[in-house]
Ligand binder design. Structure first.
Ligand SMILES: Nc1ncnc2c1ncn2[C@@H]1O[C@H](COP(=O)(O)OP(=O)(O)O)[C@@H](O)[C@H]1O
Ligand SMILES: [Mg+2]
Length: 240
């Protein structure tokens, strides 16, 4: 049996309409992502990267075309079912970390499990494992303001991993970090991918994309290339 792609986009377009003006942010995009891939999505600002991510992450639906997650057309699911699927299947990581300021690291990480109906004791036990996986267990009781940017992003990644998602979607995850810290976060994603995690990472930083075997490029909402390399280039040192 051939494995079904995890996610499959066919002729996907997304048009925003505001004040009678239509902006087509994504235009006629098709690709599949298989389990275990790590994919960089690149393109200049305004090229439709976040719009595409919102559709892959079940936060938004295409205006035209289809998105299938594990074979199910996501537009045919009820809103409740789509939210349910999103909570279990997608882990989100954002440029600005999006941690809750009034909750400490372990509470932030445990939060998504509330929506999965898991009791508090179990939530905290799993949050500890997830913090351990990103090297942040020693900061479990720190609040976001007591953590560096790189530490906050590690906590956010632990939160994204907590429900064992099919896919981790990261939108410019290193965009707010200095290059050395960004390289460390990237190395963490690479390690997670080596242990089987499927990752889609949006970036406009070419040095980040070279760490992913596959790169999808967007320009003005259109897919202009989708390339997989056999060998990764050796990583440049973070200091260079
Ligand atoms: N909610 C929205 N309403 C209207 N236009 C939007 C909205 N979100 C994005 N756009 C427009 O769609 C285009 C693509 O935006 P976006 O997907 O955010 O690109 P990127 O993430 O590559 O910078 C831009 O022209 C942007 O202004
Ligand atoms: Mg964006």
């Amino acid at each position: 049996m051939t494995a079904l792609p995890l996610i499959s986009l066919r002729s996907v377009s997304r048009t925003y309409r505001t004040d009678g003006i239509a902006v087509t942010a994504v235009r006629n995009v098709s690709f599949d992502i298989a389990q275990g891939e790590i994919v960089a999505v690149m393109g200049p600002s305004g090229s439709g990267k976040s719009t595409l991510m919102n559709m892959i992450g079940l936060l938004d639906l295409p205006s035209e075309g289809t998105v299938h997650l594990e074979g199910a057309n996501v537009a045919e699911l009820s809103e409740d079912r789509r939210s349910w699927l999103r909570a279990r299947s997608i882990g989100f990581v954002f440029q600005s970390y999006n941690l809750l300021a009034r909750h400490n690291a372990i509470e932030n990480v445990a939060l998504p499990l509330v929506y999965c109906g898991i009791n508090r004791k179990e939530r905290l036990a799993r949050a500890e494992q997830s913090l351990q996986a990103v090297g942040m267990l020693h900061r479990a009781h720190h609040f976001p303001r007591q953590l560096s940017g790189g530490e906050q992003q590690r906590v956010a990644i632990a939160r994204a991993l907590i429900a064992s998602p099919l896919i981790v979607l990261a939108d410019e995850p290193t965009g707010a970090l200095d290059s050395r810290t960004g390289a460390e976060i990237l190395a963490l994603f690479a390690a997670l991918n080596r242990s089987g995690q499927t990752i889609v990472m949006i970036t406009h930083d070419p040095s980040i994309a070279t760490q992913c075997r596959r790169t999808i490029r967007l320009h003005d909402g259109e897919l202009v290339s989708d390339e997989t390399v056999a060998e990764l280039l050796p990583r440049r040192s973070a200091a260079s």
